[in-house]
Design a binder for this molecule. Structure first.
Ligand code: PDD
Length: 285
């Protein structure tokens, strides 16, 4: 079956889907994106993803290209046209096409919108969760507004590639004070020796992950102790468990950090239970 992409009002074959060379997303990374999970053909936590999308857009003063309800309909239609059951829908909005000039384009320039959808490689995802993944640390070198889900992801790209070259699946950024901020495309968590679950506060310095937000509810439901505070790499090395969260990875256990085994070097009980129960707390639409 051939893939279909939604580009500025039209559903087109994926191979022919394109944006203009002077799209500001292409020239300046002047745009934002969202990745929303699809499970059993339903959008997962679409309300929260669209809330965050609207926030990212408003922080950058980019207009919503269409009504929110219409946007949700197009997301669903893209999922349906691509016959996605368990996968993701990707949505990107940029400040539009205009003659290259760093300052904002003329008023009335239409934002560009692209939506794609595809199935997960479920076997690979499950394998990652049952084996656990390795993480390496890299220096934090991103701009201060990583709370905005901007398509400007060059430091994240380089960090992920550094992880890959080290035989790991994710890289954790470490700030100038020695604290972990987050992963290149996931939020970072540890479980301490006395069973507290630790993750960095989402006020600034990280993206407020939707999976992270939902997981806070799961933790409360399990009666687990949460410490929302920054943690160091030394704490990570000494942790009983570690894991990452995102719309594409859900909760995935981390078993090695910078080559050192975490806990007994196998996926932890808490991370595994949180992965199992996460979707019970997510919203399906
Ligand atoms: N990444 N931190 C960063 C830097 C991210 O890029 C992401 C998501 C997250 C987790 O957010 P959420 O739980 O809402 O997916 C945290 C997406 C999946 C991506 O870039 O593919």
């Amino acid at each position: 079956m051939s893939r279909i992409a939604y580009v500025n009002g039209r559903y087109v074959p994926h191979g022919e889907a394109s944006v203009h060379v002077e799209d500001r997303g292409y020239q300046f990374a002047d745009g934002v994106y969202e990745v929303c999970e699809v499970r059993g053909g339903h959008l997962v936590d679409a309300r929260r993803h669209l809330d965050r999308l609207e926030r990212s857009l408003s922080e950058l003063r980019i207009a919503m290209p269409m009504e929110r309800r219409a946007l949700e309909l197009v997301m669903r239609e893209t999922v349906a046209q691509n016959r996605v059951r368990d996968g993701i829908v990707y949505l990107q909005i940029t400040r539009g096409v205009a003659r290259r000039d760093h300052a904002f384009p003329p008023a009335g320039t239409q934002p560009s919108i692209v939506i794609t959808a595809r199935n997960h490689d479920l076997g690979k995802l499950e394998q990652g969760a049952s084996d656990g993944i390795a993480v390496v640390s890299v220096p934090e070198n991103r701009w201060a507004r990583v709370d905005i889900k901007s398509v400007g992801l060059l430091p994240n790209v380089l960090a992920k590639q550094a992880a890959r070259e080290a035989g790991a699946k994710e890289a954790w950024f470490v700030d100038a004070n020695g604290f972990v901020t987050e992963g290149s495309s996931t939020n970072a968590w540890i479980v301490t020796r006395d069973g507290a679950v630790v993750t960095r506060p989402a006020d600034f310095g990280i993206l407020r992950g939707i999976t992270r937000t939902v997981l806070l509810e799961v933790l409360a439901d399990h009666g687990l102790k949460l410490e929302e505070r920054p943690f160091t790499m030394e704490e990570a090395y000494a942790a009983r468990e570690a894991f990452i969260t995102s719309a594409t990875q859900f909760v995935t256990p981390v078993v090695r950090v910078d080559g050192k085994p975490i806990g007994n070097g196998a996926p932890g009980l808490i991370a595994s239970a949180l992965r199992r129960d996460y979707h019970d707390h997510a919203e399906f639409a």
